[in-house]
Ligand binder design. Structure first.
Ligand code: FE2
Ligand code: FE2
Length: 472
């Protein structure tokens, strides 16, 4: 187990001290990162927050919890331990030793993959910038800061790779990661979903459920990479990512739980007047966040994805568990394609070209588990409403469904029909205004907003009503 020396300027387990040039380059980037954090990070000023800091990558106890003044948080660089016997698991180099340096022929592609992943990390901090001003409890406020500082660390993780392995171009890309900003008209973030503002806490819970989960699947494919430093970086990031999705899963749980209690108490689904979020509105938020997250998987067919796989840059989700030749040169898959005549037809595709679809299917199956748990909450409250994921063709801007008008149940309709009904399927401006009207900050210890139930447990064995955040 490699442990980290927290007296260093940049805590790390990559022996930065042994590489003066790299250390100086990162020390040069650090003040720019802190400026970015000050300007684009959380608006709310705090005295201290009870935060988890990564201090090691070992199996037992990799994190340390303490009250921290947020600007003094130590963003570090941690890679999972190296496996000296690791070999490439897929593609044309299958069975060869993994790479400790970037092969010249794959340099541009690897750099691009790292920049696109890196761009999402600070983007989500920017999207969530204002949420601290309306947190429903100190517990939730603390979780928001935890997610934000870890997304900051994920940016560090990608910047380390750019600085350490991609020379001058990598350093320029590292600067660019701080210059693009979420929603900026001139230099937006690279991917669409990361330019949408996370305007309220229901959106935050949906984002951490659906969009951080996309992050989990992307990191899972990069963890398979033949470029070993990238693989080890992503393996460690996945540990932190699990908490972000926990915030989303339990956050939506608690909203559903509270709404269900209000439905029972007042014997009506119209719980808006009693300060609750109606179930149909929750469904519209699910529809929106799920479908913009599906767009992040890219087109169903992709020669880039095929080339990345064949080259060994990006694998499949849990590549080692797949029972095939891990090369996919002869395999086929079926995909349903919408037609202009309003019918679906089955197309056969090469499995290699359909890798984005493969990853998206894994993601969809995972998303279903959330729907099941939220429906269990409704069932145990004896409410006969049920949530569902919409058809993957619904509300899509990317891939074979874009340009078609598909209802949540998968019916292809014309544009006028779709538009006339879309207020039942996607959050309306009234929905957003209503949810925003509920967002009042609750900062007294042990108290919570009207629209969400308290959590079952606190953080790290503390009670849920612990003083997680001290405000000035
Ligand atoms: Fe992240
Ligand atoms: Fe995350």
């Amino acid at each position: 187990m490699a442990s980290i020396n927290y007296d260093e300027k940049i805590p790390n387990n990559v022996d930065l001290a042994g590489d003066r040039r790299l250390q100086r380059a990162l020390e040069g980037w650090q003040p720019k990162f802190l400026d970015w954090w000050g300007e684009m990070g959380p608006t709310l000023r705090t005295t201290s927050v009870y935060l988890r800091t990564a201090v090691s990558v070992g199996r037992d106890g990799w994190a340390h919890f303490d009250q921290v003044a947020v600007p003094d948080y130590r963003w570090g660089i941690f890679l999972a331990d190296r496996d000296p016997d690791r070999v490439i698991g897929f593609g044309e180099h299958r069975g060869e030793p993994v790479w400790q340096q970037v092969p010249g022929e794959y340099r541009a592609d690897l750099q691009r993959l790292i920049v696109v992943q890196g761009d999402t990390e600070p983007a989500s901090v920017e999207q969530q910038k204002l949420l601290g001003l309306t947190a429903p409890s100190l517990y939730d406020l603390r979780n928001l800061f935890q997610v934000n500082v870890e997304e900051g660390r994920h940016l560090w993780a990608m910047v380390y790779l750019l600085h350490a392995y991609f020379g001058k171009e990598g350093r320029e890309e590292a600067e660019g990661l701080l210059l693009r900003n979420s929603g900026s008209p001139d230099s937006p973030r690279i991917l669409g979903a990361f330019n949408e503002q996370t305007a309220d806490w229901l959106a935050f819970f949906m984002f951490t459920y659906f969009t951080d989960r996309d992050g989990k699947y992307q990191l899972g494919t990069l963890k398979e990479s033949a470029f070993d430093p990238l693989s080890r970086t992503c393996e460690f990031m996945l540990k932190e990512e699990a908490h972000h999705m926990f915030v989303g899963t339990t956050g939506v749980d608690r909203v559903v739980e509270r709404s269900a209690a209000l439905v029972r108490e007042h014997d009506t689904l119209d719980i808006a007047p009693c300060g609750g979020i109606p179930l149909d509105l929750i469904q519209r938020y699910i529809n929106f966040h799920y479908t913009v997250s599906l767009d992040l998987f890219g087109s169903e067919t992709s020669t880039n994805a095929a080339n990345y796989f064949t080259a060994g840059l990006k694998g499949r989700w849990q590549e080692a568990r797949r029972r095939d030749d891990h090369r996919l040169t002869d395999d086929g898959v079926h995909v349903q394609r919408p037609g202009a005549d309003g019918t679906w037809s089955a197309d056969e595709l090469s499995a290699l070209l359909a890798l984005n679809l493969d990853l998206r299917d894994e993601y969809i199956a995972d998303c279903e588990t959330g729907i099941k748990r939220w429906n269990r909450i409704l069932a145990s409250a004896e409410i006969d409403v049920r949530f569902a994921l919409p058809h993957p063709g619904f509300n899509r801007a990317v891939g074979l469904h874009s340009g078609h008008h598909i209802t949540p149940d998968g019916t292809i309709v014309d544009e006028a029909t779709w538009r006339a009904a879309s207020h039942r399927w996607l959050p309306t401006s009234e929905d957003l205004a209503f949810v925003r009207s509920l967002m009042h900050p609750v900062t007294e210890r042990g108290r919570i907003a009207s629209w969400v139930a308290p959590p079952r447990n606190g953080v790290n064995g503390r009670p849920w009503d612990y003083e997680y955040v001290y405000l000035p």
